[in-house]
Design a protein around this ligand. Structure first.
Ligand code: MRU
Length: 322
């Protein structure tokens, strides 16, 4: 499954808002089209947003610095977006071929995801029950994914895993996207409401939690999809390993700790109306809808990057990785 594809100079994007019911590709043309695709989550997942924005920087005419600033403002938390647009801007300023640079970013992500998946797989045992949150699979990256990578690679290598998929309120990336990807790959999959995770851990059915990340601070605190912090606390309580899988492009060494990470807040309608025939709360009721939360490094068993496994992450170990 290719979520982002360049063909005859045109970019094709698999519209993730239509999944799992329809596989529709859109072809953004204007800078507003690209911005909207990122903001409305037609493309989502930290590395995928970066890849998509890199192509946008290559294909859009105009002031590249302005385009970078505009695209970066579409979603503030995932650092891969500004990381990719900055790399493209530097390539532009150095007079390099922008389409080649975007393709390089895309292809490098494939290699990184493969390495991350291999490292992740080395920590699992055949037959394990794995809890996942949000979607950190091929849809969120270029191939395999990060958090989902060990399951997808493991399947190819003949492992049998039991995936428990948090539906991931309120936008249901787990239900709509992770279940879709895992079913396609024929991985044994059970969808659960987010608040069922504690019961499964108590029953001893979860051997590890695997999640992706959107920004990692220099001390190892990680911003992940909202609800991940709950899962990390549960994992600590039930003594289940909690793994964060992400490429090194997700690490933001300018931030000392997770407290400095800007968390995107999204609209009320995502909670109250978006997935329902009728409103599920009174129109006047206020909502608090942060897209991400921050998991403290001390709750993380290991951060897994393409460069290796950092057990019990802290500032010293993260600095060494740099
Ligand atoms: O708001 P989303 O759907 O873009 O959030 C995505 C996630 O939280 C992913 O788990 C994260 O970006 C890691 S992607 C490999």
């Amino acid at each position: 499954m290719e979520n982002i594809r360049l063909e005859n100079g045109k970019l094709y994007l698999l519209d993730q808002t239509q999944l799992p019911n329809r596989e529709i590709y859109i072809t953004p043309e204007t800078k507003e089209d690209y911005f909207r695709a990122i903001q409305t989550l037609q493309v989502r997942g930290a590395p995928a947003i970066g890849i998509f924005a890199a192509y946008a920087m290559a294909l859009l005419d105009g002031d590249k610095a302005e385009i970078k600033k505009y695209l970066d403002s579409a979603r503030p938390t995932a650092v891969n977006l500004s990381w990719a647009t900055q790399r493209m801007l530097s390539a532009y300023n150095e007079g390099r071929d922008l389409l080649k640079e975007a393709l390089d970013i895309h292809n490098e992500d494939k290699l990184r995801c493969r390495r991350i998946s291999e490292y992740g797989l080395s920590l699992l045992n055949d037959g394990d029950g794995i809890l996942t949150h949000c979607n950190a699979g091929a849809l969120a990256t270029s191939q395999y994914g990060t958090g989902l990578g060990p399951l997808l690679l493991g399947k190819e290598k003949g492992y049998t895993f039991h995936a428990y998929v948090d539906e991931t309120r309120p936008l249901l990336q787990g239900a709509r996207l992770t279940s879709y990807e895992l079913e396609k790959a024929e991985v044994d999959t059970t969808l659960i409401c987010d608040n069922t995770a504690a019961t499964l851990m108590k029953q001893g059915k979860i051997n590890a939690v695997l999640v992706g990340a959107d920004r990692i601070a220099a001390n190892g605190d990680t911003a992940n999809k909202i609800g991940t912090l709950n899962t990390a606390i549960l994992a600590k309580h039930f003594n289940v390993p909690f793994y964060v899988l992400a490429p090194t492009s997700t690490i933001d060494y300018t931030l000392n700790s997770g407290e400095e990470i800007v968390i995107e807040e999204r609209a009320d309608n995502e909670i109250k109306t978006m997935w329902y025939k009728e409103p599920m709360a009174p129109g006047v009721t206020k909502c608090f809808n942060p897209a991400f939360d921050v998991t403290d490094a001390e709750l993380i068993t290991a951060i897994i990057t393409e460069k290796g496994i950092i057990k019990n992450p802290d500032t010293e170990k993260m600095e060494k990785l740099k």
